[in-house]
Write a protein that binds this ligand. Structure first.
Ligand code: SF4
Length: 515
């Protein structure tokens, strides 16, 4: 169905891939597979908005527009009455714009839009204009500065134009954002954003109306985009240089006439400025793509730290709430001794995390002490240590003094030691990759396959909701099934890092091309 309503630009359409917007405008919405990760993120955002709404309602009078067929009329009436704060306002689709706003704040001569978002909006610094959330009283704050978020800026400009379209906007041209802390309101000057917004809006509206053509081009968004198989086929048919070069480098290469993978492989001119990756590496990737391989050795001798006693570690957390599972794979003197998990199924955050974390840490340090006592070397491995380090330190802080829980200092010393090895770094030091460096992308090259075809971080969050009982309506058998599934996935992750390491130390390396 091709209605004018279907052709209005939402704030979401202003950021992200232009080609995706064109494809989705032509697609049957029922045929689009919902992204389970996006569904989870939307649920978390809705819960955060509801919590902020309740806090706002508790702090000062708040008119709440419940969704429904007459929401538009009720919003109009509230605006006509100059109600100071309106939550969930429904704004009419005018001039090709559609969108929703969490809060409309009356500021004396009209309304300004206020967003409620699930990310940080402030950093340490100075100069941010801050208001309390219960009244509009912007004042400079010497302790914080705005963090800057393109999506928020575009949405504020979009909503300001929507308010102008309906005659309800304040002439102040300000807007507000309440971030993940839900306690302060960052006031933003929207006026400087409007010109850039207007240009972008016109472009996106023209795309939706089919007035301008779009073409795929590989960008970061492609990694999670359901259209990638179709776009990849198109790019491959054109042998597009973007298949092996990042967006910035591809643009720089286009500036010297290199637009195909073959052109890049054969290029013998000077390296263009603005390349984010050395020309030599890009050309090695081009040759690898032509040869049909995904990994290229950076160095002839691939190296990764090995030890007599090796422990692969993988942690599972649920958002910022807690780390509920520490999984390990133990290998001693070249013999695999198997998987061991330390888990709490009480919904996090929970005191029971202290028990599972303390048991994990004690077990790990015991293996290390045993190794040292017997004259063996020891190493523990993770894949991309950022998440593990964060929860090792946070757990030491949160559960200080509980049995088995180390001091922060002890954790810091261990993770700074050569016995804590990040396989993600080892892979980056060893290979150039056409498929990225994620474990799920690299381990298959070593012959590893996950038993669960849906295995992934976001899927495991959905499983955890059932496994921990956070999501009501599931019986014991379903909970047990999802627990089993998480443990198997976690075991496969630690087996994957172990397999990858073995492979990197094997004769299989000889078959990979070298830069
Ligand atoms: S796969 Fe990439 S180029 Fe294609 S629509 Fe998605 S984001 Fe755009």
């Amino acid at each position: 169905m091709d209605t004018s309503a279907a052709k209005s630009v939402s704030a979401r359409a202003l950021t992200g891939c232009r080609h995706r917007l064109a494809l989705e405008a032509r697609a049957d919405p029922a045929a689009l597979t919902p992204d389970p990760g996006a569904v989870l993120r939307q649920e978390a955002a809705a819960a955060h908005r509801a919590a902020v709404r309740d806090r706002l309602a508790a702090s000062a009078p708040l008119a709440v527009i419940a969704p429904g067929p007459d929401a538009l009329a009720r919003t109009r009436a509230a605006i006509a009455d100059r109600v100071p704060r309106i939550w969930g306002a429904a704004l009419p689709r005018v001039n090709g714009r559609s969108g929703h706003v969490e809060l409309l704040q009356w500021v004396g001569d009209g309304y300004v839009p206020v967003l409620v978002v699930g990310h940080k909006v402030l950093d340490r610094g100075s100069g941010a204009l801050i208001s309390a959330i219960d009244r509009w009283d912007p004042a400079p704050d010497d302790a914080v500065k705005p963090r800057g978020h393109r999506g928020d800026a575009m949405r504020l400009a979009h909503l300001t134009r929507m308010l102008q379209d309906t005659g309800a906007a304040s002439s102040s041209l300000l807007g507000g954002v309440i971030g993940v802390d839900g306690e302060r309101l960052l006031v933003q000057d929207v006026e400087p954003l409007l010109q850039g917004y207007d240009e972008r809006f016109a472009d996106r509206l023209a795309i939706l109306r089919g007035e301008v053509a779009t073409a795929p081009s590989r960008i970061a968004e492609c990694r999670r985009c359901p259209w990638w198989p179709q776009c990849e086929a198109e790019l491959s048919a054109k042998r597009d240089v973007g298949l092996v070069a990042d967006q910035t480098s591809a643009r720089a290469l286009a500036g010297v006439g290199v637009v195909t993978v073959d052109g890049l492989a054969a290029y013998d001119g000077p390296a263009p400025e603005d390349l984010l990756v050395p020309l030599r590496d890009l050309q090695a990737l081009a040759r690898a793509w032509i040869a049909g391989v995904t990994l290229v050795r950076r160095i002839p001798e691939v190296r990764v730290r090995r030890a007599d006693v090796e422990v692969d570690v993988d942690m599972e957390s649920f958002g910022e709430d807690g780390a509920y599972l520490w999984g390990t794979w133990l290998r001693r003197d070249g013999l695999d001794l198997g998987y061991l998990s330390f888990v709490t199924w009480d919904p996090v955050p929970t005191r029971d995390e202290a028990r599972s974390f303390g048991a994990f840490w004690s077990w790990l340090m015991d293996r290390r002490a045993e190794a040292h006592a017997s004259g063996r070397t020891f190493a523990a491995y993770c894949y991309s240590q950022q998440a593990e380090n964060k929860w090792l330190l946070a757990s030491a802080d949160r559960f200080a003094g509980e049995p088995g829980v180390p001091t922060r200092r002890a954790v810091e010393e261990f993770i700074a030691s050569p016995e804590w090895v990040d396989m993600f770094v080892a892979v980056g030091d060893s290979f150039l990759s056409l498929v990225g460096r994620g474990l799920k992308k690299v381990a298959p090259a070593a012959g590893f396959a996950w038993r669960d075809p849906e295995a992934g971080g976001e899927a495991s969050m959905a499983w955890y909701l059932i496994a921990s009982g956070r999501e009501p309506g599931h019986d014991d058998a379903e909970r047990a099934g999802q627990r089993e599934r998480i443990l198997q996935y976690n075991e496969d992750d630690v087996r994957a890092t172990r397999t990858l390491r073995e492979w990197m130390c094997s004769a299989a390396m000889d078959a990979l091309p070298v830069v």
